[in-house]
Each structure stands twice: as structure tokens, then as C-alpha cells.
Design a protein around this ligand. Sequence first.
Ligand code: NAP
Length: 469
Amino acid sequence: MSTGPFRVAIVGSGPSGFYTADALFKADPSINVHMFDRLPTPYGLIRGGVAPDHQKMKSLGDYYERIAIKNKDKFRFIGNVKVGQDISIAELKDFYHAIVLCYGAEGDKKMGILNEDLDGSFSAREFVGWYNGHPDYAHYKFNFSTRVACIIGHGNVALDIARILAKTPEELKKSDIPQYAFEQLSESHISEIQLIGRRGPVQSSFTSIELEELGKLKDCDIVVRYKDLDLDEISQQELEASPKAKKNMEAFEALSRKRIIGCSKRIEFRFFQAPYRLNGKNNHVAEVALNHFSLSGKPFSQEVKCTTNMHCIPCGLVFRSIGYKGEPIDDGMPFDKERGIIPNQSGRVINKEKETVPKLYTAGWIKRGATGVLGTNKPDAKETVDCLLQDLATLPSLQTPDPNTLDTALFNLLQTRGVISVSFDDWLTLNQIEIKAGKAVGKPREKLTSVQDMLAALNKNPITSKKGD
Ligand code: NAP
């Protein structure tokens, strides 16, 4: 029997999706890759997660674009298609030899405290999505008339949020922050940003470059108290064994030495504290009630222990930045709800009995959890692709080897469901539209922030498409 090209569907077009495609093309140039995304725009966290003032990091999108263009004969972006809703994973199996799930962590960890979800208390995802013009969050409203904002969690996302809240309009102007967010943040009354973490400076999840960046803010004092940098013996041992912690500690020390000069805004680090409750007024957050914690145990496995109920910080805005958590997208897939990941062995999806599920693979945050920097996804994707390539000969064949027949059947199926898919060329058109709009106002781009606007810009308005066909 003749065999057509080996066909792989990648679900998710963020960093892990593109590193998976790249590894596949490098290993076997004859492989065809179709990359699905629920949005009409590719690049996942690069577009919707990386802070708008981190343009260098966002430029990784150019690298992914080159992967797509270099392999254009065998790469297809199928945007605006929600796998699990518009088409199931079981259905995808009819069109592809293998499916790699790379759709990231779309949920949030919960603190599990009283009043966690009061009005005015938001997950980091919601605010990050808003200031990045993500269509799911562009319509959100935040109370910037309050004086104090509290951010819970000591990770890099918390730093991104603090920095964006603290920047002057002049600083924000250089970014690709959407106009609505720029205007609202420019008029913000927030002058105090509390960064609250339950462990100490040595155990924080920050990275030093991001900490150092705070020291360069134009009109913001940074408060790091000397006493918080006074380490106990166990933390001292952890510091000595961890180059990352050492660098962070140097950054904290430099910040603590900076003079407080009465800037318009202030970011204050609070260590060994975490909320036990949010207090509300008229159902809106009014205070964060904090406990004090201490650490006990062996180096690198210290546990947090509540010591006292401390005090309340009056505030009108809370951001819960305690980490992202993956969610299932399809009823028919194995999922570890506790860990928020797809259970897998080196990227091969496994079921409850720990048997590998034919044709299903995973990479990125949905494979390992929401950890690591963008580059971590490269070796992670390579590990998955290596497994997939080892399995190649054993994967079930498709009903027909002819790729054109399969593609026609796939797009017919989507069309009968009223799904309007977006190609990579469509994305390149949107990209040009955004860059042009940005140029007019001196920004890298002015984003389209609703799916409707994106489709309209492509003349793919649902009504006209249906009529035209
Ligand atoms: P993260 O690095 O995992 O940090 C989460 C923070 O939340 C930790 O301080 C954690 O403290 C705390 N936390 C967790 N559960 C808590 C609870 N119940 N109560 C109080 N605090 C709690 O997560 P992230 O900041 O969302 O970042 C996700 C990943 O993206 C990270 O790998 C990060 O480095 C990466 N990222 C990188 C950049 C960059 O490179 N510029 C920017 C953004 C994000 P414990 O340690 O005590 O659990």
C-alpha cells in the first residue's frame, strides 16, 4: 500500500507548539504539520502572556514565523478552531497519524481562602490577558481608582504585573500595550503595590534580571527591607547551593540599598506572608487579611508554617499570581486534575492504567506544568518528538494516504459546523494591519483585540462568509 506523508496535528500555537513543529521538520523534512489554535492569531503566550514592555522576548514570534514560512509547503496554521469543541480529538485521529497537545495551562491555581473571588480580586491570567489585548479579557474592568493594589505570589508573573502597574505613561508608550489599557493605566490612581509572598527572598520564584528591571523604573520606589534579607541558617545553606538564589539575593540587596526618594509609586516586597481571607465591602474587595509564616525542615524541602494572624492591608484591587494550572479540553482525553497536566511518559500520553494512548502526545506546560522560561519548551518538545519518531512505524495508518483528500474532508467538516478557520497567510495579513496601525501612533503594533474584529479585517465576517459560500 502506498503511504502519504506522515501527518501530525499540533494543538496550540505557542512556544511549545512551534518548538514541536521545528523539531519534527528538522528530524524528517517530509512530515506535514497542521497547527490548530482556538484564536485566529498564533504564538500563544508570546502574544498573550509575555508583558507588552518585553518586546525583545516577544520578538521570538519572528523566529516562529520563520519556521512557518521556511516549511510553508508542509506547514498549515488552522486558527480560530477550538479543538474539543469545533472538532474532537477522536475526530482528529481520522486525519492525522499523531496529535501533539501543546495548548498550555489555561486555568489558575486557587488559594482556597475565604472570599477569594470577591469583585476586585482577579487572577493574574485575567490582568495579563487584559494588558495584552487577549480577546478573552479585553472587555474586563479593573478598579484603578483605588490607591493600593496587592499582588499575591512571588513569581515572575507577579513582577510583570507590578511593573506594568508602576510604569509611567511615557514608559508604557514604547510597548505594544493596547490603547484602552494604556489610557486606563495612564489615569490609574494606584500608588502602592504590595508584592506578597509566603516564603523568603531565597525561596522566591523570581529571576534576577526581572528583579533588576524594577530598579530601573522611572517613577517608582522599591521597598526591600534589610531585615528580610537577614537569613537563618537553613536559608543560608540553600543560598550557598543555588546560583539562582544567589543572583536573586544580589538583586534584592541592590534594591534594598536604593534610596527611597518619594516617587509617585511604590512597590513593596513582603516576605513570609500570605492571605487567609479577603475582606469585602458591598461585595467588593476592601482588605487582604494576612497570616505570618515561618519555614521549617531540611534545605530545599522546607515547609511553610503559619505562625500568627497578622494584620489587614486595605486595598481595592487584588491579583492572585500564584501560578497557572492546565485544564482538559476534551472529555475523551486522559487528564490529571490534581496536577493540571496530561499524564504522560516523556511526552507519550498515558491512561489511568499507565498504558500509552495511541497517536496522542503532549509538550509544554500541559505536559509538565506551568514552569520554566520560554526556552525550557525547546528541549521539552524535542523529548516528545523523539518519542513520536520512535513510534512512527507502529502508528495506525489513515483511511486514505492522500493528503488532499484528507484536507478536503477536514475543511468540509469544519465548514458544515460553521467554523471559520484562519490560515497562516491570514495571520500575516492581520500582522501587517496591526504593525501599520502601531506605526501611526509610534508603537510596535496596535493589536486587534476581538475575534470579531480580526475576522472582519480578513473579510471573514461569519454572515458574509455564509452568504458567499
Ligand atoms: P511561579 O513562578 O510558580 O510563582 C508562583 C508563586 O506563587 C510562588 O511564589 C509560590 O510560592 C506562590 N504560591 C503558590 N501557591 C500559593 C498559595 N496558595 N498562597 C500563596 N502563594 C502561593 O508562577 P508564575 O509567576 O505564574 O510564573 C509561571 C512561569 O512562567 C514561571 O516558570 C516563570 O518563571 C515564567 N515566567 C517567566 C517570565 C520571564 O522570564 N520574564 C515572565 C513571566 C513568567 P511557593 O514557592 O511558596 O509555592
